[in-house]
Design a protein around this ligand. Structure first.
Ligand SMILES: C[S@@+](CC[C@H](N)C(=O)[O-])C[C@H]1O[C@@H](n2cnc3c(N)ncnc32)[C@H](O)[C@@H]1O
Ligand SMILES: [Mg+2]
Length: 268
C-alpha cells in the first residue's frame, strides 16, 4: 500500500498522491485488527526467526520447558496460552474455542477420534485429557518439523502412543488408508483444524471411505476466519448433517470474529 502511494507520489503528481492520504488512513483504521494480526504472525515471526535462528514452534517449545510442569497437561496448555497472548502468535485453537472442544469430548465420550492438523499439539492435548479410558486420538500433521515438536510436547504432557497416535502425512493420503492401517472401522469424533481449503475435500473423503457413522461429530475450526465457505455451503445443502456454528473470535485475538462449525452426521 505504501509502495503504491510512493509510486503515485513519484510518477503522477504529489497532489494526487496526497489526496489518497485520507483514503489510506481510513483503510488502516478499518482493517487495523488484520494489520495487527499480520504484524504478529508475519513480521514479528520473521524478525525472531532471524534473531534466534530457530523456528517459532521451537521457541514455543523452549518456553514450555522453562514455564510448564512436566506431566501436567493443564500447565502445558496454560504456558502455551501465555506465550501466544504475550510473546508470539500460534494458531492453536486457544482457550476460548478450546472449551467448546473440551465440552463436546466430555459430553460424547468418543472412542476413536481423528484430528486433522496437529501443529504443536495444543488441541491434541485438550482432546487427549478429556477422552474416556480406552479411547484413542489419531492426529495428522504433514509438516515433519511440527510433528517432531508435537511428539516431544505430548511426552512432556505425559501422553504416550497408547493415547495419541501421531501420523505424519497429508490428510488426503491418510484418510483413504485409515481403516486398513489403524484397524478403525468408524470414527466417533473428527476435529478439523488444518488448511481450510482441505476441509471440504477431506469431509467428502471421510464419507467416501465410509469412516462416518450416525452420530459422528465433526468440529471444524476457523470456518468464519480465515473461513471455509465451500465447506459450509456443502454442509448446509447436502442434507447429511445437522449443523450449527459456534460464533466467537479468532484464537488469541478478540477483535477478529471467527467460529467453529459443529456437524452431526445423520447416516444418510
Ligand atoms: C492451525 S494449525 C493446527 C492447530 C492445532 N489444531 C491446535 O489447535 O493446536 C494447522 C496445521 O495443519 C497442518 N496441515 C495443513 N494442511 C494439512 C493437511 N492437508 N494434512 C495434514 N496436516 C495439515 C499444518 O502443517 C499446520 O501445522
Ligand atoms: Mg484453528
Amino acid at each position: 500500500m505504501f509502495v503504491c502511494f510512493w509510486l503515485v507520489f513519484r510518477m503522477v503528481s504529489p497532489a494526487i498522491a496526497l489526496a489518497f492520504i485520507p483514503f489510506l488512513l481510513t483503510l488502516i483504521i478499518r482493517y487495523r485488527h488484520y494489520f495487527l494480526l499480520f504484524y504478529r504472525t508475519v513480521i514479528v515471526r520473521k524478525i525472531q526467526d532471524y534473531l534466534t535462528g530457530i523456528t517459532r514452534e521451537e521457541r514455543a517449545f523452549q518456553y514450555l520447558i522453562t514455564h510448564a510442569i512436566p506431566g501436567d497437561p493443564d500447565s502445558i496448555l496454560s504456558a502455551f496460552d501465555q506465550w501466544c497472548y504475550h510473546v508470539e502468535y500460534l494458531s492453536n485453537v486457544g482457550p476460548v474455542k478450546g472449551k467448546i472442544l473440551d465440552r463436546l469430548i466430555y459430553e460424547n465420550a468418543p472412542i476413536n477420534v481423528l484430528e486433522l492438523g496437529t501443529h504443536c499439539g495444543y488441541s491434541s492435548i485438550r482432546i487427549a485429557k478429556a477422552l474416556p479410558l480406552g479411547a484413542r486420538l489419531y492426529t495428522v500433521e504433514m509438516d515433519e518439523r511440527n510433528a517432531v515438536l508435537a511428539e516431544k510436547i505430548f511426552r512432556l504432557a505425559g501422553f504416550d502412543d497408547d493415547i495419541i497416535e501421531l501420523i505424519v502425512s497429508p490428510s488426503d493420503e491418510v484418510i483413504p488408508q485409515f481403516k486398513e492401517t489403524y484397524g478403525v472401522d468408524k470414527l466417533d469424533f473428527v476435529f478439523m483444524d488444518h488448511w481450510k481449503r482441505c476441509y471440504l475435500k477431506d469431509l467428502q473423503l471421510l464419507e467416501e471411505y465410509d469412516l462416518l457413522q450416525e452420530g459422528t461429530i465433526i468440529l471444524a475450526d476457523n470456518v468464519l476466519f480465515p473461513g471455509a465457505p465451500h465447506f459450509l455451503q456443502y454442509v448446509k445443502n447436502c442434507g447429511k448433517y445437522q449443523h450449527k456454528i459456534h460464533r466467537g473470535h479468532l484464537e488469541y485475538f478478540k477483535s477478529i470474529k471467527d467460529g467453529m462449525a459443529e456437524l452431526v452426521f445423520m447416516g444418510l
